[in-house]
Design a protein around this ligand. Structure first.
Ligand code: ADP
Ligand code: MG
Length: 251
């Protein structure tokens, strides 16, 4: 008799007989925006931050969001990161409609499917953990346990193999931000959102961080970055240019 395939614990044989889905979820974009509009209402005025934004954000690709200050980049990234909701329109993250979720559902989706990289490198890291432990913690928060080989491979890709046992204060800003990028992709969230991730870095460090993002896109996550820096366009597969909250260019 042929040996049975190894069954992952927690699953019984029915798992193998499950009907195949008609829609191939892996072929869908990691995030989709349709008709997204965002209006901020303050006591005495309304600010239209986003209007009619349509965009697909594919897995294993880098999409940059560019545009002048005040054009709506951060507003869109907050919506994609599930920390804010659109006033109107539809946002799908990993196939889930965000608009229909309450705070708890959004929190769950954020935890499993979204990674966020802050502008200031040190804000992304836990001060008392070394680089390897930062990555293990990030994975564990997504319910994953990475192998040592996986961690080593990521460190090598980022040129951080000599830094595995360093704490954040022992790293340069550029190295810290590359660790943040490694922590963002580990455990394979659907999207990694980074709002001006290179704004605090000198241009050489910024370029290495952007190259790291480019090199890690094959991990399968959809990177969504905003930036003022023209260098970001060079590592991007897709682009969304905003102007006063509207799409001025999209490819
Ligand atoms: P960017 O990131 O491209 O600089 P933002 O998304 O931060 O643009 O801002 C877009 C517009 O929305 C701006 O006019 C900004 O002043 C306004 N805005 C952003 N956040 C708020 C808020 N919380 N309340 C009111 N207006 C806001
Ligand atoms: Mg901004």
């Amino acid at each position: 008799m042929a040996p049975r395939p190894a069954v992952p614990s927690g699953y019984d044989d029915e798992w193998f007989d499950a009907p195949t889905l008609d829609t191939d979820v892996s072929a869908m974009p990691a995030a989709v925006c349709r008709g997204v509009r965002k209006v901020y209402r303050t006591a005495d005025e309304e600010v239209l931050a986003l209007a009619d934004v349509d965009k697909d954000f594919p897995s294993a690709r880098v999409t940059s969001i560019v545009g002048p200050s005040g054009s709506g980049k951060s507003s869109l990234l907050r919506i994609l990161a599930c920390v804010d909701r659109p006033t109107e329109g539809s946002v799908l993250i990993a196939g889930t409609e965000v608009a229909g979720l309450g705070p708890r559902g959004r929190r769950m989706l954020r935890r499993t499917s979204v990674a966020y990289v802050f502008q200031n490198p040190i804000d992304n890291l836990v001060e008392y953990l070394d680089v390897t432990d930062q990555m293990k913690l990030a994975a564990r928060l997504r319910g994953q346990r990475p192998t040592e080989a996986e961690i080593d491979r990521l460190l090598r890709t980022l040129g951080l193999e000599q830094r595995a046992n360093h704490k954040p204060v022992q790293l340069s800003g550029g190295e810290q931000q590359r660790v943040a990028v490694a922590c963002a992709v580990i455990g394979h969230p659907a999207i990694v959102v980074a709002d001006e991730p290179t704004a605090e870095l000198d241009s050489a460090s910024a370029e290495r961080v952007l190259q790291a993002v480019h090199d890690l896109r094959e991990e399968g996550v959809a990177f969504i970055l905003s930036s003022h820096d023209p260098a970001v366009v060079a590592v991007s597969d897709h682009l969304l240019r905003l102007d006063h909250g509207r799409v001025a260019e999209s490819w």
